[in-house]
Ligand binder design. Structure first.
Ligand code: NIG
Ligand code: FE
Length: 407
């Protein structure tokens, strides 16, 4: 089955085969063609170009819209139960994220709700969020556990992620985040034991996760706890992705690099030492401007990372407590408006580099021959700059995932 997209005003996000991430000055570059066509064969990008169009079984005219790679969202917590809008009101009244957590709200509140919610119901609620994300142009999603905090509930979350992965056309990856908070009734030491001795072996035995994550931050898990969990995860074949430096400079970046983490995420608080530690590593610094926006935290020092020759990824952090939105276009706009990324840098951060940060940049994240045809077709009149500039004007005409219109 050959499907031809015609009438593309601008085809952007073109990256040569074999390039798995962009760093430094290269973050400011992307391949672009004007007045282009793109051929999809069996759900993959077969070819693209300008001038004479190849034969196809089906033609889809883009009517002068632009075409860009679908967003990749390498950091989400979208499997959760219910809502935390009560805490939103507390936040408006002036309580901080830490104060809400200390009152038994926050992650522990989500864990209680999740415990009471049957698996099928949790799946239905989470699937609806994934469908919303796909409609907003996201074609690859990493999803974390971490609202279970008991072995059975962590496994329940991961089974829900597996079902989502089997159901939707988006590329889905699963991360075990048992060390998201200390479960009720445990000391921290006993809980870290539980994560290492019981949860991780079960998760690995059932093949339920691709990655292991730890919330390495003030008031949550220390560098020593993190090292112990990563050590165990690595023994079981799970590569780390770390939450670090959201609430304080935690040492999480350095421990992540030491254990060859695929990404270190948040980084609202960064000194030059973190930037230095990341140089020459395979670890993608990932920033989550949606949580900076929602919690009123500093935005990451994206420009400084790029200046130092590093790449950065952006992701939504979609979760009920610190970023209740999976809108990657908004993330891209915050990247430009608040972190002063150029639209091309923000696009690379939200597509190829975010795909790298979830280990899928060989199959998606750019317009490259052989990659999945995960594409956004915009309404006519849009340019790459206008996507973040007109930040809430509807811009999507069609989202294609594996070459088919996402429903
Ligand atoms: O990435 N920082 C830790 N975890 C989530 C928030 C989870 C929550 O509040 O429910 C985050 O922001
Ligand atoms: Fe997170």
């Amino acid at each position: 089955m050959r499907k031809l997209l015609t009438g593309i005003s601008e085809l952007t996000g073109i990256v040569p085969e074999g390039v798995l991430r962009k760093q430094g000055a290269d973050m400011g570059r992307t391949g672009t063609l004007q007045d282009a066509w793109l051929l999809i064969e069996d759900g993959r990008i077969a070819d693209f170009g300008t001038g004479p169009e190849p034969a196809a079984d089906e033609i889809l005219s883009c009517d002068g819209g632009m075409v860009l790679p679908a967003f990749c969202d390498s950091h989400t917590h979208i499997v959760y139960a219910g809502s935390r809008d009560g805490e939103f009101l507390d936040k408006i009244k002036g309580l901080s994220y830490e104060e809400i957590a200390a009152r038994g709200g926050g992650i522990l509140n989500s864990a209680d709700l999740l415990h009471e919610t049957p698996e099928d119901e949790l799946y239905a609620q989470s699937l609806e969020r994934v469908r919303g994300m796909m409609a907003m142009g996201t074609g690859a999603i990493e999803i974390k556990s971490g609202y279970g905090l008991r072995t059975e509930d962590e496994l329940k979350m991961l089974r829900v992620i597996r079902r989502i992965r089997q159901e939707v056309p988006a590329v889905v990856r699963a991360t075990f985040l048992g060390a998201h908070a200390v479960g009720r009734g445990y000391t921290k030491e006993a809980y870290v034991d539980l994560v290492c001795r019981e949860m991780l072996p079960k998760v690995a035995a059932e093949g339920l996760a691709d990655f292991v994550d730890v919330f390495c931050d003030e008031g949550f898990f220390t560098v020593e706890d993190t090292a112990r969990i990563l050590e165990e995860g690595r023994r079981l074949g799970l590569r780390p992705k770390i939450h670090a430096n959201e609430l304080a400079v935690s040492g999480g970046v350095q421990v992540g690099v030491r254990y060859d983490a695929l990404s270190v995420d948040h980084l609202e608080r960064t000194t030059d030492a973190e930037i230095e530690a990341l140089r020459g590593s395979g670890t993608m610094p990932t920033m989550l401007p949606g949580s900076s926006f929602f919690l009123g935290l500093p935005y990451g020092r994206a420009k400084d990372y790029i200046q130092a020759g590093l790449g950065i990824a952006l992701a939504s952090d979609y979760n009920p407590g610190s970023s209740p939105s999976g809108d990657m276009r908004f993330v891209m706009a915050l990247g430009c408006i608040r972190m002063r990324l150029t639209p091309v840098q923000a696009l690379n951060a939200c597509t190829l580099n975010s795909a790298y940060a979830m280990g899928v940049s060989d199959v998606c994240g750019s317009v490259t021959r052989g990659k999945l045809a995960n594409l956004i077709i915009t309404r006519p009149g849009f340019t790459l700059t206008k996507i973040p500039y007109l930040h809430h004007t509807p811009f999507i005409r069609t989202v294609l995932l594996r070459g088919e219109e996402a429903e």
